[in-house]
Design a protein around this ligand. Sequence first.
Ligand code: NAD
Length: 322
Amino acid sequence: MTILLTGGAGFIGSNLGQQLLAEGHQVVCLDNLDTYYDPDIKWSNVQTSLSNPAYQFHQGDIRDTELVNTLFQTYGFEAVIHLAARAGVRPSVQDPALYYDVNVNGTLTLLQAMQRSGVQKMVYASSSSVYGDSPRVPFAENDTADKPLSPYAASKRAAELLCHTFHHLYGFDIFCLRFFTVYGPHQRPEMAISQFTDNILNGKPITVFGDGSTARDYTYVTDIVNGIIQSLNNLQGYEVLNIGGSDPISLAGLVQVIERAVGQTALIDRQPMQPGDVQQTYASIEKAAQLIGYQPAVRIEDGIQRFVDWYLAKQNTGLVPH
Ligand code: NAD
């Protein structure tokens, strides 16, 4: 299949790109290497893929209608995997307009290009944050998800709704995948697991927001990649699917797992809960199991150990935060 992969130089996108190539797909990556974090890290993420003739890289913006249309005309895509976004809950509180523009208008630009060129299939990267502080756990796809707590969450939900509209109007097959906190090699440097690992290794305090009781359903990146590819292989109609580990751990528990993997004790700088943060996330994955055969395979202890091993191996390149 010839696939447009947006955001393919990022954390999830670069892991996914390699797996798509391994499965024999042609991958065209569109990524503007934005400065949310060091673009050199993104550039290094795609180095392996760039040497594969089945991989094309275009540095550009999903909101650039002319560029997007040209790519659709040039390549004859059979499907779009749309990961490009401004990610991150807390920074979205500071700059809601930017998050709205990239995540909503950018998605609309792609949907319109699909309509113009007759491409019918999209897998869209949504987020567990759309559930807000939903009291009922585990979160199920038919929960209302109409009380997002951050501009990021609202933008992800808005894009899901646009995807539904294009399914309704033009018969597109679109799966919106709600990823639950993803971690693993190439992880974004500002995410908690990267920060904690780096600081513990360097004897610096880690910033823990709240009393450590907030819980997250961490999902190892290969499980996310498998969920995306299984969706691509079973795309029919419009569906929202949770892709999570379905095994939440408290923040205090996560710190202990990282301490064990690193072999050092953390110094803790405790700070108040941050605006926009939710108390817990927890995926029901029954629907994804039924529709696409999704089952997470990597438990948090193994995943953190793999991440720390990757991190240590990478440390000398200067492409991890210091
Ligand atoms: P990332 O920031 O590493 O990757 C996003 C990529 O999109 C980056 O390479 C960035 O340069 C690119 N991008 C940003 N704006 C763009 C634009 N206007 N045009 C073209 N490219 C642009 O983030 P990630 O963690 O890999 O997340 C990938 C997707 O998964 C995002 O849509 C994110 O919202 C979603 N998601 C991630 C997580 C997680 O825990 N990492 C959880 C839920 C959902």
